[in-house]
Design a protein around this ligand. Sequence first.
Ligand SMILES: O=C(O)c1cc(=O)[nH]c(=O)n1[C@@H]1O[C@H](COP(=O)(O)O)[C@@H](O)[C@H]1O
Length: 269
Amino acid sequence: MTTQELVQEIKRKRSFLCIGLDVDLTKIPQHLLKEEDPIFAFNKAIIDATHHLAVAYKPNLAFYEAYGIKGLEALGKTIDYLNQNHPEIFTIADAKRGDIGNTSGMYAKAFFEDLNFDSVTVAPYMGKDSVEPFLAYENKHTILLALTSNAGAYDFQTREVEGEELYKHVLKTSKTWKNGQNLMYVVGATKAEFLAEIRKIIPESFLLVPGVGAQGGNLQEVCKYGMSQNVGLLINSSRGIIYASNGKDFAEAAAEKAAELQQQMDRLL
Ligand SMILES: O=C(O)c1cc(=O)[nH]c(=O)n1[C@@H]1O[C@H](COP(=O)(O)O)[C@@H](O)[C@H]1O
């Protein structure tokens, strides 16, 4: 998917909501455990109930790998379901990969060719040659961790290196990499006060912003400092939406939570 197509979808739906599909079998409604594939059954119900409110879905790989082959099969079915039924929706494999170039190339193949996601999250720590194999794919997007939502972000990302915080080096240096136009960045919603500075370095790049809902980030603050001319934001909520209820009404409850966020987004656009 091109960035232009993503922007069109945001404008059409009046939403820049990304729903995180972080499926935990101990949290989903217990009646689903009788299904042949409970993870896929859960995801399908959530997608069917919320696809008109969201422009992106983000399965986090940990929640699938934790269930071995069955988890990966459920991931495969989920992405196929999205691509077949909602090709206009942006898909994010939240895998936080990155390795020597040869190995990153295989990760890129896995997520962009085999699974056919539109984007993947990647850690910048191993540098240019670990990220460029992902960037080589046309109309696929590499979402680089810049300033994450967790407390540990202050361990390294905000430390000064040669007079500037490390996350700023990540933003500035990555822009110079081959096919840097295919980059997006992760900035945690809990770090909204950094967004004005971040926008000085990357005025138009799309930002994946997790951390509203369960982690306490504030949507209004994020938009105030982070919204660009092309909107430039995908705001993710996982637990706050998908676990709104663990009863038989779980999908409608998720849709209600998603609608609350979409209505707030509509007002902010
Ligand atoms: O890359 C991410 O999506 C991510 C980066 C980050 O800085 N913080 C963060 O929470 N995430 C992911 O975003 C999701 C947040 O989930 P909730 O806190 O349940 O909304 C999880 O899948 C996290 O792994």
